[in-house]
Design a protein around this ligand. Structure first.
Ligand SMILES: Nc1ncnc2c1ncn2[C@@H]1O[C@H](COP(=O)(O)OP(=O)(O)O)[C@@H](O)[C@H]1O
Ligand SMILES: [Mg+2]
Length: 232
C-alpha cells in the first residue's frame, strides 16, 4: 500500500478548525494543493498562522480536509479508514510517514532513550533482534551512544530533537515530516539534523519540512512551497 508516485497529492483542500460544539469556524486552508514526488525534499514556508502545521497534520492523517482530496502513494486517505478500530490502514500509513512534532515533549514518553527508539519497531511487531538492530543503527547515526540509558525528559532541547527524529527513522518511513525541526537548536545540533536529512534524501527518501530558516532550505537544497494565510 502507498507505493505509488507522486508520494503526496493534496488537491484543492479546504480546512477549518471548529470550536466546541461546531461553533466558531476558522478557515485555515482554501483551495490548497501540493504534490510531492518520491525523493523530493520540500520546504513549507509562510508566516505564523498560515497553516504549515495544519498541512503537516493532514499529511499525517491527524486532521482531515473539509473538501478536496489527499492521496498518499496513490491511495486516498479518508477519515473512515484511518479511524476504524485497529485500523490496518492507519498502521500502514504510520509506517510510511514519520512525523517529528515541533515540540519534542509531546512525542517522548518512555523511561529511557533506548526504549523510546525501540517503541515504534516493537509496536510494528518486529522480532526482537530486528528491533535491537534498528535501535543500534539509529543510535550510531545520531551519535546517541552516551544518551541510551538517560530519561528523555531530562535531555536538552537539541538532544530531545535528535531522539525524536531517531524514533521516526527507526520505523524506516518513506516520508519524514518535520515541523520546524531546527527551531531553538544550537549550531552543532542543527548540523546533525541537516546531515541526517541530507543522507535520508540521498537514500531516495522524501522529506517535508516547515521552517523559518532560509539557510536550512539552502543547505537541504529543498524546493520551496509558500503558503499564504487564507483571506478572511
Ligand atoms: N486546534 C486548533 N483550533 C483552532 N484553531 C487552530 C488550531 N490549531 C491551529 N489553529 C489556527 O489555525 C491557523 C493555522 O495554524 P497553524 O497550522 O498552526 O499555522 P503555522 O504552523 O503556519 O503557524 C492559526 O490561525 C491558528 O491559530
Ligand atoms: Mg506551526
Amino acid at each position: 500500500m502507498f507505493d505509488g508516485d507522486p508520494l503526496i497529492e493534496l488537491h484543492d483542500i479546504d480546512f477549518s478548525y471548529r470550536g466546541v460544539g461546531g461553533g466558531s469556524v476558522r478557515q485555515v486552508l482554501r483551495g490548497f494543493s501540493l504534490t510531492i514526488a518520491r525523493g523530493e525534499c520540500v520546504a513549507l514556508l509562510g508566516p505564523n498562522g498560515s497553516g504549515k502545521t495544519t498541512v503537516m497534520r493532514i499529511v499525517n492523517a491527524l486532521e482531515f480536509p473539509d473538501a478536496g482530496t489527499y492521496r498518499l502513494g496513490g491511495v486516498p486517505v479518508e477519515r473512515a479508514a484511518v479511524e476504524r478500530r485497529n485500523s490496518a490502514f492507519a498502521k500502514s500509513l504510520h509506517q510510511h510517514v514519520g512525523f517529528v512534532f515541533q515540540n519534542s515533549d509531546t512525542q517522548l514518553f518512555c523511561p529511557s532513550v533506548e526504549e523510546e527508539i525501540a517503541f515504534g519497531p516493537m509496536q510494528m511487531g518486529l522480532p526482537e533482534d530486528e528491533v535491537s538492530r534498528r535501535v543500534d543503527d539509529v543510535v550510531s547515526l545520531f551519535g546517541l551512544e552516551g544518551l541510551r540509558g538517560r530519561a528523555s525528559y531530562r535531555l536538552s532541547g537539541g538532544e530531545k530533537k535528535r531522539v525524536a527524529i531517531a524514533c521516526c527513522l527507526s520505523l524506516n518511513p518513506d516520508l519524514l515530516v518535520l515541523d520546524e525541526p531546527t527551531d531553538g537548536l544550537d549550531e552543532r545540533n542543527t548540523d546533525i539534523v541537516v546531515d541526517v536529512l541530507r543522507a535520508f534524501v540521498a537514500a531516495g527518501k522524501t522529506v517535508l519540512i516547515s521552517t523559518h530558516h532560509q539557510d536550512i532550505v539552502e543547505r537541504l537544497g529543498a524546493r520551496i512551497v509558500r503558503i499564504e494565510p487564507a483571506a478572511e
